[in-house]
Design a protein around this ligand. Sequence first.
Ligand SMILES: [Fe+2]
Length: 241
Amino acid sequence: MKRSKFLFSLAAIPLAAGLSPLSKSLNSLVNQNERSKNTMSKFELPPLPYSYDALEPYIDKMTMEIHHDKHHAAYVANFNKAIEGTAAEGKTIEEIFKNVSKYPIAVKNNGGGVYNHSMFWKVMKKNGGGAPTGALADAINSSFGSFDDFKTTFNNAATTRFGSGWAWLIVKDGKLAVISTANQDNPLMDNAETKGTPIFLMDVWEHAYYLKYQNRRPEYIANFWNVINWDEVNKNFASAK
Ligand SMILES: [Fe+2]
């Protein structure tokens, strides 16, 4: 997970706008001091890699806007709060997941929300869908029989996940496996029921589909196959092996 430095207070920007050159430089010095006091590692909300309406008509613009700008943003903000002052601060998110059961539950819930959504946006794209190719296609065929059989297995995991959670394609012991997790849990966490390296995932929280599909989760799941970025999943597969 990418880290960046929290460099300045956003409130300082409009204050500087109408000031004289001397005031501006004083203001800049003050900000410099604030910077050195406040500099700390923070996780940031990654930008959506396409426009809000890119996945229409399968996933609607308003859902994407709220999902990314409100839900994902809240996980990022709450994760930063949850790790502040703990031994998790300064670690990568993958490192945190390896010992996540030792931290307050807010670290797991919000850290999962950060990681899972960051991966989720990337496995979708405008004009996606179709069938996987290359090494991933071969592995799917050998693990599940065919792409259609894989879809059936994955759809079943996504449909039967009770309440909120995720369906996953993971690499476990060098082989592909389909699992599902509850809430924002993921297979990198030390207390995961099944551990592995995630390469593909689907959000089945109601916030991912309710505005367009209401209670019709199976319809959302069926349409999800039209937006998949198989090149990204192939890349994830290559680095997981
Ligand atoms: Fe979500």
